[in-house]
Design a protein around this ligand. Sequence first.
Ligand code: F6P
Length: 381
Amino acid sequence: MLMKKIKRIGVLTGGGDCPGLNAVIRAVVKTADNDYDVNVIGFKDGYEGLIENRYMELSTKDVSGILTHGGTILGTSNKADPFHFPVLEGEDYIYLDRSSQAIRNFEALGLDALLAIGGDGTMAASARMMEKGLPIVGLPKTIDNDLWGTDVTFGYDSAVTTATDAVDKIHTTAQSHHRVMIIEVMGRYAGWLALASGLAGGGDIILMPEFPYDIEAVCNKVKSRNAAGKRFSIVVVGEGARAMGGEMVVDHKVETSPDAVRLGGVSRRVAAQITGLTNIESRVTILGHLLRGGSPTPYDRLLATLFGTSAVHMVMDGQIGQMVAMKNGSIGSTPIAEVAGKLRIVTPETPYVKAALSLGICLGTPHGVNINEYLEQETMV
Ligand code: F6P
């Protein structure tokens, strides 16, 4: 089959920002120029820019010096679903299907492929845009590390580093005041950030959405530490954590966003319960968007660089419809259509979970009870 000569490609960054987005844009632009003499244009604010025809030409000069910068020079949006695009009419939003407009803009610009850098929302939108004929290669990013089809996303390591630094710093004040200190991290419906930063920071209790917690088990851990003379406890909580049989704590809703729910505040609930049941003072620190900022770690710079260069090679090799991925330590790919609508979450078999249990860290489950058996309780109710 004769392949179309690729001369011009588009790139966009969608969803919540994270460290490493600029590193991946840089890798894409440099590889396209250096290896293939292909032009790149960048759409502003994710799919919004493609729909509204807002873009910038990207030359190697434009990406010079951005490797170490947080954020994205292109801007991003987690509200730009081309099939359900919010448009303000009077005081209210109406939702329009702007997918055909996006395709028209893509064609008018003479583009041969689109590189869509994003998380599950961007991959889901990309899968549908591909059905309409848009030739896309995906690149996985998110601090949540919850994207299906890749072992890791860039942005995650930087967020783990920031969260771990916070856990380290909270330790000294916890010790000085003999308190229970609760640190809440983002991560949505996945506990990867909480698990990794809790483990790396030497947390005593780690609560994640995947393992609904038993507050008595949590308090028993705090009390046993006190009884052993360790008069403080560090609790790392993922924002999606919830009590067994309970609901996640919703901070607010963003109605124009494909997933309107914004989680936050579970740490306050946990703190009140711990103080109520143990009579030990507790304090809460919610790290929030701090986790999305700062310079990418060397690991994330390398991962973003590998993903960016590989994605351009994939376009040139005709591997359209794939998301570049890390699989067992090597660069591979997963069909975007397979990624859409799925999440990669923590399970009892996750090595970090097993390690945490071996260290005696409380994961919110009763001491001595098999996690799988404990989790079955809820399905039985
Ligand atoms: O997906 C990344 C993420 O930071 C989640 O961890 C968090 O729940 C969400 O985005 C916050 O979204 P927003 O930037 O709209 O507040």
